[in-house]
Ligand binder design. Structure first.
Ligand SMILES: C[S@@+](CC[C@H](N)C(=O)[O-])C[C@H]1O[C@@H](n2cnc3c(N)ncnc32)[C@H](O)[C@@H]1O
Length: 244
């Protein structure tokens, strides 16, 4: 459906048709042109996801870490570095309402599997309701269980791990446990991606600077690159890591 309540075939709804027919004959074709250019709701941000996300931020701001889901631009930057078109197994940490999940499912082959680890039961239910895809296995457990959980499902490794976890909020021990698990689970040549909001400043030195995850990630991955994605609230650094 689009903004005026018409179906996606672009056949105007009765309300819209009556607006067209009551308009002066000279403006009707211009009105139709404007109507054709209106975005479909599928092209607009999912309002339910915003409500669910903001609600969970109030309940558990430390683990949710953001008041709104990631933008499509950030989701793309997180998913594109991984070659998932031929992947058998892909892992996701912290799917939330699923901006990355959706893209991963779009890119994954028919026989591929996506294991998404999420600790918040509200998001687990949300994902089940919004992505009824047999390739998606939402595991209600912490990302730190990745190796054991994959083995339980008959998999040893994953070609890609996409993580939205708020690593800078975690204690050193949990963070290292998660990152060494991710590195162990990654297949040779596989890619691990992680984002970090640029608003998280490191104030330990003389001047505040962007919090930099590179030294942390560098302990688990041989190659770590980072770039900034501006089109997100707040803008975020995407880290692309590999051991290959
Ligand atoms: C910043 S949100 C990202 C959500 C979503 N991927 C996005 O980009 O909009 C972090 C997510 O990580 C989840 N989370 C936090 N700690 C976790 C853990 N130890 N294991 C798995 N998920 C966790 C939270 O519940 C939340 O859904």
């Amino acid at each position: 459906m689009n903004l005026l309540g018409a179906h996606s075939s672009r056949r105007p709804s009765p309300v819209v048709q009556s607006i067209f027919s009551e308009a002066p004959a000279a403006s009707q074709s211009r009105l139709r042109q404007i109507y054709e250019q209106l975005p479909q709701t599928a092209e607009l941000p999912d309002f339910n996801a915003f409500v669910a996300f903001a609600g969970q931020w109030f309940v558990d701001y430390r683990n949710t870490a953001s008041v709104m889901p990631s933008s499509p631009q950030l989701a793309r930057a997180m998913v594109l570095p991984s070659q998932i078109r031929r992947a058998e197994t892909v892992v996701e940490f912290g799917p939330g309402t699923g901006p990355m999940t959706e893209l991963l499912l779009k890119g994954l082959p028919e026989a591929g599997k996506l294991f998404s680890f999420e600790i918040n039961p509200v998001f687990v239910d949300y994902l089940a309701a919004h992505y009824p895809d047999p390739r998606l296995h939402v595991i209600q457990a912490g990302a730190e269980t990745v190796c054991d959980s994959l083995r339980e499902h008959g998999h040893e490794e994953a070609e890609a791990v996409v993580s939205s976890l708020p690593l800078s909020f975690f204690g050193v021990e949990l963070r290292n446990q998660i990152l060494s698990g991710a590195a162990e689970a990654l297949a040779p040549g596989g890619v691990f991606t992680q984002f970090q909001y640029a608003s998280g400043l490191d104030c330990s030195g003389r001047f505040p600077r962007f919090y930099d995850l590179r030294p942390v990630l560098g302990r688990h991955f041989r190659r770590v690159r980072r770039h900034l994605v501006w089109l997100n609230l707040p803008p975020a650094f995407v880290y692309v890591c590999s051991n290959g």
